[in-house]
Each structure stands twice: as structure tokens, then as C-alpha cells.
Design a protein around this ligand. Sequence first.
Ligand code: NAX
Length: 329
Amino acid sequence: SKSPVTVAVTGAAGAICYNLLFRIAAGDMLGTDQPIKLRLLEITPALKALEGVVMELDDCAFELLDSVEIGDDPNTIFDGVNLAMLVGARPRTKGMERGDLLEANGAIFTAQGKALNAHAADDVKVLVTGNPANTNALIAQSNAPDIPAERFNALTRLDHNRAIAQVAQKAGVPVSAVTNMTIWGNHSATQYPDVFNARINGENAFEVLGSDFDWVENTFLPTVQKRGAAIIDARGASSAASAANATLEHVQNWVLGTPESDWTSMAIPTSGAYGIDSGIISSYPVTVTDGTTSVVEGLEINDFSRAKIDASVAELREEAAAVKELGLI
Ligand code: NAX
């Protein structure tokens, strides 16, 4: 049988993790033949609640769950980890300016970046879900100089899945018919879901939907961009099960590869592709083959898409400049 993979998850007593941990332990992420050692990080006041989550993990008697360790010190929790899923973050509270939010999260992600740099396994992959995800990932990456930059990703898979669901509903097809979706840019309201390069049953999605530009601009884009707020409005709490699912699917594709003839969306360190210079972590269409992530090249970017991508990239550059100003990167 396979030797265990050591998976660190932060924010482990939070809402996303209440969905995520059980699915990881059930084998939904790395396969039903892959034993897992879980390392769960929380802040000190949440450790008691986390003990309750661990009791529930015990009570599932998951055969793949080799061990569970919990703690509030990233240096201990990240020791020897192969995967680090950074879900925990400081939420924006009333009266908090954007600068305050970046600073509060900066403290978390500088410390976690340094701890990963010092203690993680050589093959560690780090996925940031906690918001502002792209810039938190940039902070962690900048504070982990010994880990190759491409091992730091941020989550835009939830946006990707939301875009697929909207297109499938509009076309009246099953979600499996919708492929080649892309989220470009930041995981924020400026993100750009690209329907022009997506496909429905292999055909150009925009054309299958009747080349309805008005729907794209005035319904599809705002629905995907504001979906998080719509869920908070309806549920009284932010997306948790769907965010957990997306976090799990990102890691699954990163470790096990993307399906033939399709791609996914991942926010990755930029290096010039599609005119986006280095220095930020931006979402792209990517494939993963034999463990290597590659940007899908040669997609046509129309003027509408270009302007939307540029605006989201500009926002990421502003966030990067702000955290540089704060001395966090
Ligand atoms: P919760 O507030 O339920 O849980 C977050 C947990 O993180 C809390 O238990 C808190 O104690 C813990 N935490 C805070 N600082 C920590 C630290 N330094 N080390 C370890 N744990 C720490 O939030 P939840 O709904 O689980 O959301 C978690 C994060 O995901 C938030 O930042 C949220 O904004 C973000 N999201 C990101 C999404 C994405 O697509 N990238 C979508 C869903 C979600 O909104």
C-alpha cells in the first residue's frame, strides 16, 4: 500500500474546513488508495472547537486517515508537510479598511510562509484559499525563498465552477458538457470568467449561446463575480461546502493532473504569459501533466476580454504594491 501523504490544513475549525477535512479523509482528494496524515492549524482560542472536529473525524473511522495532529504553531504543524492548504485567514470586519485587511493577513501569511520555508517537505505544494487569496499567496511565496515560486497557488476554482454552472444552466445542458472554462485575474469582483474560449459539447460556448453579448456582459459576468455575496445574502453565511469542494478539486488536479482535452483555472505566479509580467499571482487557464503546471497558450483574447483581464491584473498589482509598501514582500 502507498505511504501516507502529510496534508496541513489551516483554519481547521472554520466553516470551509468542516466540509473539507471529511472529504480529504474519505479519499475524495487524492484517491481511495492514498493514506493521509492530517496536520491541522488553528489560532489558540479555536483549538477547543478543533478538538471537537477531531472527535468527529475519529467517529467516521476513515480507513485512510493515518493520523491527526492539531496545534497553533505553524512551525510544528508544517513540519514535513507535502501539501499545505491555507484556508484560515483574517476576515474583513466592520470598519476595517482594505489596508488593515492586507496588514492583518500579512502577519498570518508572512509567518506561515517562513514556517513552510523552514519545515515543509521538499516537494511541498501550497494552495491559498483564505482571502485576499492571490495576495496572501504572494506574501507566503515571497517569505519562502527556498521553495520554488510555482509551488504557491491561489484558489479560483470556485469561480471556475460557478461559471461552468451558469453556462450549463443557460444552455440547458449538463455541467459535463461545458469545458475549457477560464477565470482570469484576481479572486475578487474584478475576476474575468471567459465564455469566449469555453466550449459546450466541444463547440464555441459563446456561439452556442446565440452570440448573446448582452447576456455575457450584463448577466453572466456579474452573476459569477457577485456569487459569493448572493450566497451570503441567501444563507446568512459565506460559501463553505462549495469552497471546500473547489479547494479539494484544485489540489486533486494539481497532484493527479487535469483531464485530457480540458483545462482548469488556477492562480499561479505570473511570468509573462498573455502579457502579464511577473510579480503577482493571477488566475490562468492551466493544464497539469506529470506534475507540471502549464499555461494554455494561444487562446484568442478579444478586446472585451483584454480590457477585463487588464483591469483585474491592475488590481492585483495595486494589492502587491500595497503589501510591498507594508514590507510584507
Ligand atoms: P471561518 O471564519 O469559518 O474560518 C476561518 C478559520 O480560520 C477560523 O476558525 C479562524 O480561527 C482560523 N484562522 C484565522 N487565523 C488563522 C491563523 N493564523 N492560522 C490558522 N487558522 C486561522 O471562514 P471560512 O468560511 O472557513 O473561510 C475561510 C477563508 O476562505 C476566508 O478568508 C474566506 O474569505 C475565504 N474564501 C475564499 C474563497 C475562494 O474562492 N478563494 C471562497 C470561500 C471563502 O470566502
